[in-house]
Write a new protein. Structure first.
Length: 319
C-alpha cells in the first residue's frame, strides 16, 4: 500500500493539541513546530485522493494584534524608525509553503525535526554515516547527525543532493521530511514526491484535458528542494525508467537540491560482511548509479524496522 494514496472518504484529522495562549504582541521571529498543530487531510487530486498534512496555527495569523497588517515599526539605536515583517506574516507564508509541500499526513504527524532537534535515541540512526564527496572527488565520512544539524543551519538550494538508503521502517522518510521542514523555516519552497504516486500523477494527465505530464513534472523538478521517497520502486518498468532518467539532470542543477530515500543499498558504500542486500544499481543500472553517486552524497540507515517492532509490541499486548 502506498503512503500517498487515501480512501475515498475524507480522513479524520487527529485531535489538535491544547492551543497555546493567544499572543497579544508580535509573533516571534524564530518560528518552530511548537507554534502549530500538524493535522492530516484528504485532498482531491487528478489521480484520486491523497492524505497530505496541513499546518494549523495555534494563534491567530496576520494581523496578530501586535502589528500593522503584518508589519512592525521599531526604532533603531540612532532613533530612526524601521519597518520589519512581523512573525505572523512569516507564519502565514510558512503555512502556505507547508501546505504546498504535500508531505504525507502519517509522516508529518509523527517525528519532526525542528532546527536540528531530532530524536537520535535510536542507536541505528545515531550510528549512521554520510559519505560526502568533496570538490576534488575524495570521499570523507561524517555522522548523519552532523550532516543533519549543518543542513538545518545552512541549507541553500544548489548544495549537493543526498541518497538515504536502508531497509524499510528505519526512519528515512521521517528524516527527509524533517529536513524539508527545516528548509521551510529558512524560507524555501519544498515538494514531497512518493515515487510511485508521482508516476501516477503523470499518468493521470494522459486523459486529462488541459494538463500535460510536462506541467506536472515541472511543479516538482523546479522546486528548490525536492524530497523523493522510495525512488527505485517501479523503475524497472520501461516508462518508470524514462521518468527516472528525466530526474537525473536536476541533480546537477546549481539552484536545486534533492533528498532521496530508497530501500536499496547505495553502491559505493561497503556492504557489511555476511549481509545480503539488493543495490540501487541492480534496479536502475550501473550507468545511472554512477550519475547518482557523482551528484549525491550517500548514506545508509541500517536497523530493525520500527513498523515491525511496533506491530510486535501491539501483538504482545493483545495476548
Amino acid at each position: 500500500m502506498r503512503r500517498a494514496r487515501a480512501p475515498l472518504a475524507v480522513a479524520d484529522a487527529p485531535p489538535p493539541s491544547e492551543p497555546a495562549a493567544v499572543i497579544r504582541g508580535p509573533w516571534p521571529d524564530a518560528l518552530g513546530i511548537e507554534h502549530f498543530d500538524v493535522v492530516s487531510a484528504s485532498r482531491r487530486m487528478d489521480h484520486g485522493h491523497v492524505v497530505a498534512s496541513t499546518l494549523r496555527p495555534r494563534v491567530p495569523l496576520a494581523p496578530c494584534g501586535g502589528c500593522e497588517n503584518g508589519y512592525v515599526r521599531t526604532q533603531d539605536e540612532h532613533g530612526y524608525m524601521r519597518v520589519k515583517t512581523c512573525g505572523c506574516q512569516k507564519a502565514r507564508e510558512l503555512v502556505e509553503r507547508f501546505d504546498a509541500a504535500e508531505i504525507p499526513g502519517d509522516v508529518a504527524t509523527k517525528h519532526w525535526l525542528d532546527r536540528g532537534r531530532f530524536d537520535w535515541s535510536a542507536p541505528h540512526v545515531a550510528a549512521a554515516e554520510v559519505h560526502v564527496r568533496g570538490a576534488d572527488g575524495a570521499v570523507a565520512r561524517e555522522s548523519l547527525r552532523t550532516y543533519v544539524e549543518r543542513f538545518c543551519r545552512t541549507f541553500k538550494p544548489g548544495q549537493r543532493s543526498l541518497i538515504l538508503g536502508g531497509p524499510m521502517g528505519t526512519g528515512k522518510t521521517h528524516l527527509i521530511a524533517g529536513l524539508g521542514w527545516a528548509a521551510m523555516l529558512l524560507g524555501y519552497r519544498v515538494r514531497f514526491a512518493e515515487w510511485l504516486d508521482y508516476l501516477e500523477r503523470l499518468k493521470a494527465t494522459f486523459d486529462a484535458p488541459g494538463k500535460t505530464a510536462a506541467d506536472v513534472r515541472a511543479v516538482y523538478l523546479r522546486s528548490p528542494l525536492l524530497l523523493v521517497d522510495d525512488l527505485a520502486r517501479g523503475v524497472g518498468r520501461e516508462w518508470g525508467a524514462e521518468e527516472f532518467a528525466k530526474l537525473l539532470p536536476r541533480l546537477k542543477d546549481p539552484e536545486t537540491t534533492t533528498l532521496i530515500t530508497t530501500n536499496y543499498w547505495p553502491d559505493g558504500i561497503p556492504i557489511p560482511s555476511g549481509q545480503r542486500v539488493e543495490t540501487i544499481a541492480s534496479r536502475v543500472g550501473s550507468r545511472s548509479m554512477d550519475r547518482l553517486a557523482e551528484a549525491c552524497d550517500l548514506a545508509v540507515i541500517v536497523g530493525e524496522s520500527q513498523r515491525t517492532a511496533d506491530m510486535s509490541a501491539k501483538a504482545t499486548g493483545w495476548r
